[in-house]
Design a protein around this ligand. Structure first.
Ligand SMILES: Cc1cc2nc3c(=O)[nH]c(=O)nc-3n(C[C@H](O)[C@H](O)[C@H](O)COP(=O)(O)OP(=O)(O)OC[C@H]3O[C@@H](n4cnc5c(N)ncnc54)[C@H](O)[C@@H]3O)c2cc1C
Length: 294
């Protein structure tokens, strides 16, 4: 197996164009497991870790641009205030060692239905920037996941960055697993309130062949909040609204039975996560008004 270390991003793209079978390696926390277990034996590895520009982030025009090589540890340390949903998810990933090495770009490369960054990327309205010698394009998170551990990248493309709009309201993430740490999600859910456009968006993890949004639940809640004037009043959420939202989130899932949990448990837990995250986010929204006098 060849180990190729490009010295620049342009070199990396040129190599990927010449040798599309070369497999990029970032933190290696997914890939090295596959190599060690012999489930994957690529012709060549394309090492992205020397490309320091991939590990940067910046804010411009209301968008946070995360380099694909940004580690979870840095998301937690540097972006907790700007991107709370993604930072919450990052805090639940693996162990300190995994969070130091593992990257958001690697999570997208693997595109596991159980990857923890996917629900907040979906709820946050992320776009994934794919680059090749042909140029760059942005793929919405909702269109990026194309199947179980499959994504929309072309063979000559690499993920260069992830774009997330700065949130205008509270975000939440919650995950259920078989224990509290070092655990792959049995089910996960993310929710974002957007008071600026009076909308709610969601992301479901580990409960369908791909991460996905709960669109009917989003539409229902967005309409219910609007009709009751709740964006303005910030009054308590009616229990019937929370219950129906949780039911619709559950209905959006299509889970399987596997070693980590049954489909029935995943459906039940998703409804619980949906209700809880909505309650937390709404309480934060109410407290935000107290803090600003709004
Ligand atoms: C002990 C352990 C615990 C874990 N716990 C969790 C957890 O709690 N939650 C969770 O979501 N994941 C978990 N993981 C999985 C893993 O850590 C994450 O998926 C992580 O985000 C992978 O990032 P990486 O940089 O290590 O990717 P790598 O292993 O380097 O790469 C992963 C895949 O992405 C591709 N790739 C990497 N960078 C790019 C790029 N720029 N462009 C295109 N393709 C690219 C690679 O070719 C490969 O196919 C765990 C793994 C281990 C070993």
């Amino acid at each position: 197996m060849d180990f190729i270390q490009p010295a620049s991003w342009a070199d990396a793209l040129a190599i990927k164009a010449d040798l599309p079978s070369a497999v990029p390696i970032a933190g290696g926390t997914d890939l090295m497991v596959e190599l060690n277990f012999g489930t994957r034996r690529p012709e060549a590895l394309l090492d992205l870790t020397r490309l320091t520009e991939l590990a940067d982030w910046e804010v411009s025009d209301g968008l946070v641009r995360l380099g694909a090589g940004l580690s979870y540890a840095r998301v937690i340390a540097e972006l907790g205030g700007l991107l709370p949903g993604l930072a919450m998810a990052a805090r639940t990933v693996g162990s300190p060692q995994i969070r130091n090495r593992g990257t958001v770009g690697g999570n997208l490369g693997t595109a596991s239905p159980a990857g923890d960054s996917h629900p907040p990327l979906l709820a946050g309205g992320a776009a994934i920037e794919a680059a090749s010698v042909r140029g760059t394009r942005r793929i919405s998170a909702a269109e990026f996941y194309t199947g179980v551990k499959a994504n929309a990248l072309a063979p000559d493309e690499l993920i260069s960055a992830i774009y997330l709009p700065l949130p205008s309201g509270p975000e939440q993430f919650s995950k259920i697993g078989t224990r509290n740490a070092m655990v792959i999600a049995v089910a996960a859910f993310s929710l974002a309130l957007h008071p600026d456009r009076k909308e709610v968006t969601t992301g479901i993890g580990s409960a369908a062949p791909t991460p996905r949004r709960a669109l009917a639940a989003e539409e229902f809640l967005t309409a219910a909040l609007d009709e009751a004037g709740l964006w303005g009043s910030r009054a308590a959420l009616p229990d019937a609204v929370c219950t129906e939202f949780a039911r619709l989130v559950r209905a959006a899932a299509a889970p399987i039975d596997d070693v980590r949990g049954t489909a029935a448990y995943r459906l039940h837990s998703l409804a619980v996560l949906a209700r809880r995250t909505l309650g937390w986010a709404w309480t934060e929204f109410q407290h935000d008004a107290e803090g600003t006098g709004g």
